[in-house]
Ligand binder design. Structure first.
Ligand SMILES: CC(C)(COP(=O)(O)OP(=O)(O)OC[C@H]1O[C@@H](n2cnc3c(N)ncnc32)[C@H](O)[C@@H]1OP(=O)(O)O)[C@@H](O)C(=O)NCCC(=O)NCCS
Length: 143
């Protein structure tokens, strides 16, 4: 007999298989994002990485999430204007009030559609209440 599927967690809407890499964000780079070399500012990519980690964090609970730390960020290849940038996320650790999120950034080159891995980072995100006090992310939704 086939066992029944596991009941969904009420605290983690959207969570499916642990360790699943998901597409969190997809953006088209614009001229305003570029430096005078014609490539995208690293800080612009970092901002999207932060947002992608937030999106992944909300799968663990509907709370305010703040970025506690950003581990080493490697910019492996440049991003150009017109590239489509995909931000993939993966929860690499779950604690009590924090989770660690890996973010992998890949571009689709405008001219060739070639896919290139450009950046990776790991962030620690902390669930907090309205006062900014850390709370267990498995507690009931707080927003
Ligand atoms: C992140 C923050 C909420 C932590 O507050 P805190 O009182 O030190 O937190 P606690 O000691 O209660 O720890 C709570 C959890 O956060 C983790 N944590 C706290 N500081 C951390 C850090 N610098 N790096 C990684 N994890 C951290 C702890 O390990 C703990 O995780 P766990 O419960 O899964 O074991 C607080 O430092 C803060 O508000 N920072 C500013 C966040 C922010 O504004 N980010 C945007 C930057 S512009």
């Amino acid at each position: 007999m086939t066992p029944p599927p596991p009941a969904p967690s009420p605290h983690a809407p959207g969570i499916d298989t642990p360790g699943t890499r998901r597409l969190a964000l997809r953006v088209l780079t614009q001229p305003k994002d570029t430096n005078h070399y014609g490539t995208i500012f690293g800080g612009v990519i970092l901002s999207y990485i932060d947002q992608a980690a937030f999106v992944e964090s909300t799968r663990h609970g509907r709370h305010r999430w703040v970025t506690a730390s950003v581990d080493r960020v490697d910019f492996k290849a440049p991003v150009h204007t017109g590239d489509i940038v995909n931000f993939y996320t993966l929860t690499t650790r779950t604690g009590t009030k924090s989770v660690s999120i890996g973010v992998e950034v890949e571009v689709e080159r405008f001219a060739t559609a070639e896919r290139v891995a450009v950046t990776s980072a790991i962030l620690t995100m902390v669930s907090v209440d309205a006062m900014g006090t850390p709370i267990p992310f498995l507690s009931p939704a707080s927003i």
